[in-house]
Design a protein around this ligand. Structure first.
Ligand SMILES: [Zn+2]
Length: 303
């Protein structure tokens, strides 16, 4: 007999798996997921290749059935993948990676989950228990968009069998300064844009956004020839200098890894927001949009 609670509004998928594990008194999340897959008889299907990946796909389908939603709806409402422009094709690969990472103890690149103490109190008051909110796991979000306070992290969560949020084991992320959110108003704009990407993917209108960012950058001093920017050089300092004047340096370095010289990170990844040749992370676009556009212009381009 499996207990199958429905996910709460904006409950993060990994936290939901943790909660299912917790209420069913299982030892591991993988065990819970295997039981759920059996419950819906999804394991009757033959697996011929990519077994890990296929398993994650079945996990997602079982979770969608548990939540009473379609697979696409479940991903849309309970993950941050829409903000990254990723859909169901990428969701299984992402979940497979996340669950495998969790089991590899001491994996250094793993991101711990974050929580807001005020949200936890509110959730306990409203629904009787606490859960992981997906907004708090968005890239670059170090403060609760609702309560405007610093998020806490549970650093050793991978040693715990289930992911149930509690302030008892949580602490302030090393670099986070609690009052930076008030001191740097642009951080609040960045948060609003990131949360907005969950409702409406920026990748739907990327060409328009990139063109608008290029135009604004030129008007704010990005030097170009012939008045156009077909491509901003990877090493251009324009956006980094602008960002350093408006955002806390520790935050920029932590979120965008500015010291990195690899093409997918650092300055070159940031400069790709101007490029018509590809795309970069949604956090990079949120940074550029918050720096280069007024509220009115953002509303117009993100509509
Ligand atoms: Zn909060």
């Amino acid at each position: 007999m499996l207990i199958r609670p429905k996910p709460f509004v904006n409950e993060f998928i990994l936290g939901y798996i943790g909660r299912l594990t917790h209420v069913n008194l299982k030892n591991t999340c993988a065990e819970t997921m295997r039981n759920l897959v059996s419950h819906f008889e999804l394991d009757q299907e033959e697996v011929t290749s990519r077994e890990h990946y296929y398993q994650a796909e079945r996990y997602l389908r079982a979770l969608a059935l548990t939540s009473g939603r379609t697979l696409d709806e479940f991903i849309f409402y309970h993950s941050n993948l829409p903000a990254r422009g990723l859909g169901r094709e990428s969701a299984a690969a992402w979940l497979n990676w996340q669950m495998r990472r969790k089991w590899e103890l001491g994996f250094s690149g793993r991101k711990p989950p974050y929580l807001c103490p005020e949200c936890i109190s509110q959730q306990v008051c409203d629904v009787g228990i606490s859960f992981w909110h997906r907004y708090h796991q968005l890239d670059g979000i170090y403060w609760c968009p609702k309560h405007k306070i610093a998020l806490l992290a549970i650093d050793d969560w991978f040693t715990r069998p289930a992911l149930v949020p509690t302030t008892a084991f949580a602490s302030l992320r090393t670099a986070t300064k609690a009052d930076d959110y008030d001191n740097y108003p642009v951080l609040q704009i960045f948060s609003e844009i990131m949360v907005g990407f969950l409702e409406r993917s920026l990748y739907w209108s990327l060409d328009r956004i990139q063109e608008c960012l290029r135009r604004q950058a030129i008007s704010k001093g990005l030097l170009v020839e012939n008045g156009d920017v077909p491509r901003v050089p990877d090493d251009s300092q324009f956006l980094v200098d602008l960002a350093l004047s408006k955002f806390p340096a520790w935050w920029l370095n932590e979120v965008f890894d500015l010291r990195s010289a690899t093409p997918s990170k650092g300055r070159s990844a940031l400069n790709r927001v101007f490029s018509a040749e590809g795309r970069t992370s949604s956090a990079s676009y949120a940074l550029a949009l918050s720096l280069l556009l007024s509220a009115h212009e953002r509303d117009a381009v993100l509509k």
